[in-house]
Design a protein around this ligand. Structure first.
Ligand code: MV4
Length: 446
């Protein structure tokens, strides 16, 4: 087992990883920017190294400084958390060159899933269902128009270097195609320095249902059931839950099998997520694979009663996975509490938290790095807490969430708590009647 893990991250996930390391008897090293001096991950780690100024590019994303911190503290492994360097194949490669274990998949696996065309092609070969579309990149506009005609409108243009919604364009008819193509290429080139574009059938009003998987170093891959992440706004998830209200035992069987096939196809090592689009007929299609621990991992932890960070560390250390696929034993919902003003277009609301009282009680979990007196820096993401509730049924879980939201006190900054309170009362939400476009027509004032 590792003796000392450096956590190349900040905020709640850094704290989350430190907690598990302590329980496992592993020493921890925090890294922090000058904006995070007062953060709890700095306080609770065994050691802490300042790695630069507030700007992420000069601190949490700056590989040479992080490797220097690894070297001076003698860490034998790095946990990247999510965001920042978590899906940076070059970072994983540098770690390998230094003889440091990167807690996550291999650089090759990260690269394969980072390029969306390669990922899709890998899935086709593995027998995982994908959305009908172009085979590989589009050569030019006329190639795109031909493929679009074949699969039928509407279609969606996507950047092969994209993901998470960046660089996508929906095209409703052939007349719109050329302009959409030009814009998609420009955007992709500017954002990713890669203007490779592909096209696929646009699935209308889909649900986003993802499967948590885990693979060990000996080729065994299992799934740990699904998370429904359809409640999103501009590709930012706000609520995640398991089981998906749309799930059936039969669909979980089929999707779970496909998720495991996806993992086996790349000999996946570590914990990862296979994202699917699911249409109203319960057809499902591979969308992307995330090669990291995700923000919403507590939902799975609650319903299967396992510590996923612990599993991740054990897999990285060479342990074998012994169990079989997991099915949920209860219901869990996570509400992301962001320092944003939901009544003002979710505008970020950084600043000092003057008063903080976290919800508590049976079946209530709060993952957070903030406390009364903490100042939320304006440089990073605005998530300040994850409120996770667990109960035997979805109805009880929503009731518990309403109670937990009502007793959460956060003063000094605006938060998304009122949004969640309104959502929990929504008839369609309560009936499980929603898709990824749900929030486009959701009115907070109602
Ligand atoms: C799609 C789609 C419909 N049809 N692909 C958005 C994020 C990126 N991972 C892929 N996304 C989508 N791809 C086809 N062929 C709709 C979306 C999409 C979406 C997906 C999941 C969650 C929220 C979304 C919001 C808008 C669009």
């Amino acid at each position: 087992m590792f003796k000392k893990i450096l956590i190349a991250n900040r905020g709640e996930i850094a704290l989350r990883i430190i907690r598990t390391c302590r329980e496992m008897g592993i020493k921890t090293v925090a890294v922090y920017s000058t904006a995070d001096r007062e953060s709890l991950h700095v306080r609770f780690a065994d050691e802490a190294v300042c790695i630069g100024p507030p700007s992420s590019a000069d601190s949490y994303l700056h590989i040479p400084t992080i490797m220097a911190a690894v070297e001076i503290t003698n860490a034998d492994a790095v946990h990247p958390g999510y965001g920042f360097l978590a899906e940076n194949a070059d970072f994983a490669e540098v770690c390998a060159e230094y003889g440091i274990k990167f807690i996550g998949p291999t650089p090759d696996q990260i690269r394969k899933m980072g390029d969306k065309i390669t990922a899709k092609d890998t899935m086709i070969k593995a027998g995982v269902p994908v959305v009908p579309g172009s085979e590989g990149l589009l050569k030019d506009v006329s190639h795109g128009l031909t493929v679009a005609e074949e699969i039928g409108y509407p279609v969606i243009l996507k950047a092969t270097a994209g993901g998470g919604g960046k660089g996508m364009r929906i095209v409703w008819n052939p007349e719109e195609f050329e302009e959409a193509w030009n814009k998609a290429r420009q955007e992709a080139k500017a954002s990713f320095s890669n203007d490779g574009i592909y096209v696929e059938k646009f699935i209308e009003e889909p649900r986003h249902i993802e499967f948590q998987i885990a693979g060990d170093q000996y080729g065994k891959v299992i799934h740990l059931s699904e998370r429904d992440c359809s409640i999103q706004r501009r590709h930012q998830k706000l609520v995640e839950e398991c089981p998906s209200p749309f799930m059936t035992d039969e669909l979980r069987q089929r999707m779970g099998e496909a998720a495991v096939l996806a993992g086996v196809a790349i000999d996946y090592e570590g914990v990862g997520t296979v994202e699917f689009l699911v249409d109203k007929y319960r057809n499902f299609y591979f969308m992307e694979m995330n090669t990291r621990i995700q923000v919403e991992h507590p939902v799975t932890e609650e319903v299967i009663d396992h510590d996923l960070i612990k599993e991740q560390i054990k897999i990285a250390a060479g342990d074998r996975i012994t169990g079989d696929n997991y099915i949920p034993m209860s219901h869990a919902i996570e509400c992301r509490i962001n320092a944003e003003d939901p009544f003002n277009n979710f505008r970020p609301s950084p600043g000092k938290i003057t008063s903080f009282h976290s919800s508590k009680g049976h079946g209530v979990r709060v993952d957070t790095h903030v406390y009364a007196g903490y100042a939320i820096p304006p440089y990073y993401d605005s998530m300040i807490a994850k409120l996770i509730c667990r109960a035997p049924t979805r109805e009880e879980c929503i009731t518990k969430m309403e109670r937990a939201l009502d007793e959460f006190i956060i003063e000094g900054v605006k938060t998304t708590v009122p949004f969640h309170q309104r959502l929990m009362k929504d008839k369609d939400f309560r009936e499980g009647n929603f898709h990824t476009g749900f929030l486009n027509t959701f009115d907070l004032s109602e």
